[in-house]
Design a protein around this ligand. Structure first.
Ligand SMILES: Cc1cc2nc3c(=O)[nH]c(=O)nc-3n(C[C@H](O)[C@H](O)[C@H](O)COP(=O)(O)OP(=O)(O)OC[C@H]3O[C@@H](n4cnc5c(N)ncnc54)[C@H](O)[C@@H]3O)c2cc1C
Length: 441
């Protein structure tokens, strides 16, 4: 074998791929800017535990996680509360982010993955049209393959030449600016223990308030950047309805970004493959990306292992692109259209959609397997359809917006289906132009 693989950034998918490749005899090193102790955030995450099994890792011990609570979605006018009712078998798990990292890193190290911590990556090393390594604060590191797991603001993806077709920048309304913290629990909450407020106060975004045993978890998300003053205003407003939010911040308290957009159009170049948030693999309407990153890790590792000569060109890595779109990407991309619809709705539109049953509690029950439109609306009955159609026909504005959504989804499905089966640069560049054009607000 004798090929050197560098994983740039310790993203979940990057470590997952490193684990699989090292187990199969590859020389893999993860280069991460944080120290080992500072990996991950000081909060919990909700994700599909099948992410672990996808990379051939056993599930963590049961005491390391619990089952997620059902969410209640509340419209801006507070006239409706749609409570999820998830099949317990399909509930996602909730786990401390630091424990997820501890578990992944420990398994990866045991499989032979090397880690370099406290080492910031600044740029890709380009040799002609090939990514041949990374520039870091500790010097240049060369590799036969660089796996970009550096997250949404990757210093690699953003610096690749345009002719690679790998989109560098995130566009407006494609990322969520988020503040998240755990506050002391000032009162008990009996109902709606996990409340998700949509477009509250007419603000384009969401807030969630989750009453946990030990604390109250508050997340504030917006499509535009905001500051601590806005956090304070939002907290004061939320406390009016949620007395469980105490005044003392106990954990978290960072501003971060989550991709809420279609997956990156082109994931690979000569010597380069992107994964996780670097490739925008989150579910666009909810921002969950851990399980998808791990599932993609499996596809990437399989592709690398299938490249017996270790050429790692865009052409040989194209199998990863095709497999990713077949298994995940073509399902995630239409959900980005729904996210765009949400940015176009007036608060009163959303209230109408909830009040009339155009969207009901069942539609909002997004479980571990609901990462496609088909899965979200799988249980829909004829009676449901009549209610939805009735609601739509009585509101011309909402109908127009939903019809536009329908056209956009049809276009995305068609473009995904026409993705080139093999890598020919001209064809790929034409295809990705058409793909990116589908997601205009
Ligand atoms: C507030 C919040 C809540 C979330 N909740 C959930 C949830 O409940 N469930 C879920 O599935 N997903 C959730 N997500 C999304 C999830 O975090 C990501 O989708 C998932 O972690 C995949 O991203 P990643 O690991 O590829 O990237 P990241 O988590 O961004 O990891 C990138 C890694 O690269 C490192 N890095 C970045 N730049 C450099 C550099 N220049 N040099 C070296 N290293 C670098 C970073 O330090 C980091 O370790 C949440 C995200 C946020 C921000």
């Amino acid at each position: 074998m004798g090929k050197r693989i560098l994983v740039a950034g310790g993203g979940h998918g990057g470590i997952g791929a490193a684990y699989m490749l090292a187990k199969n005899g590859y020389d893999v090193t993860v280069v991460e800017k944080n120290s080992r102790e500072n990996m991950g955030y000081d909060w919990t995450d909700i994700f599909d535990k099948k992410g672990f099994t996808a990379i051939g890792m056993e599930l963590p011990p049961k005491e390391m996680y619990r089952l997620k609570q059902d969410m209640t979605f509340i419209g801006p006018g507070k006239t409706t509360r749609l409570r999820q009712n998830t099949d317990p078998e399909k509930l996602e798990i909730q786990m401390e982010r630091r424990d997820i990292y501890n578990y992944l890193i420990e398994n990866a190290m045991n499989a032979g993955v090397k880690f370099i911590f406290d080492c910031e990556i600044t740029a890709p090393v380009l040799l002609g049209s090939r990514v041949a390594g990374i520039e870091t604060v500790q010097g240049t590191m060369c590799a036969d393959l660089v796996i970009d797991a550096c997250g949404i603001r990757s210093p690699l993806r953003t610096k690749l030449p345009e002719y690679f077709g790998v989109q560098n920048e995130v566009q407006p309304f494609e990322q969520f600016f988020v503040y998240r913290a755990f506050y002391n629990k000032a009162a008990e909450t009996k109902e709606d223990r996990f409340a998700v407020e949509l477009l509250r106060g007419g603000k384009l975004g969401i807030s969630w308030v989750a009453a946990e045993e030990e604390h109250t978890d508050v997340l504030i998300g917006r499509f535009e950047d905001f500051d601590m003053d806005e956090v304070q205003r939002t907290l004061d407003d939320l406390r009016g309805d949620y007395p469980s939010i105490g005044l003392t911040k106990e954990r978290g308290g960072q501003f971060v970004r989550i991709p809420v957009r279609q997956p990156l159009g082109v994931l690979v170049a000569d010597g380069y493959a992107a994964i996780g948030d670097a490739a925008f693999m989150t579910v666009p309407i909810i921002g969950s990306g851990i399980a998808n990153s791990l599932k993609a890790a499996r596809l990437l590792a399989d592709c690398v292992m299938a490249d017996e000569n270790g050429a790692f060109t865009a052409a040989t890595l194209w199998k990863y692109q095709c497999d990713f779109y077949a298994v995940l990407g073509a399902n995630l991309a239409p959900l980005a259209c729904i996210k765009l619809l949400l940015t176009r709705l007036e608060p009163s539109d959303l209230d109408y959609i909830f009040e009339t049953g155009i969207l009901n509690a069942q539609d909002m029950t997004i479980d571990a397997d609901s990462t496609s439109l088909a899965a979200m609306f799988a249980g829909i009955t004829l009676d449901d359809l009549k209610i939805k159609a009735g609601g739509l026909l009585k509101n011309a504005d909402v109908l127009k917006k939903i019809m536009r959504l329908g056209k956009e989804i049809a276009a995305v499905v068609a473009v995904c289906a026409s993705m080139p089966k093999t890598y020919e640069q001209d064809k790929v560049l034409r295809w990705v132009k058409a793909y990116n054009a589908c997601f205009k607000r």
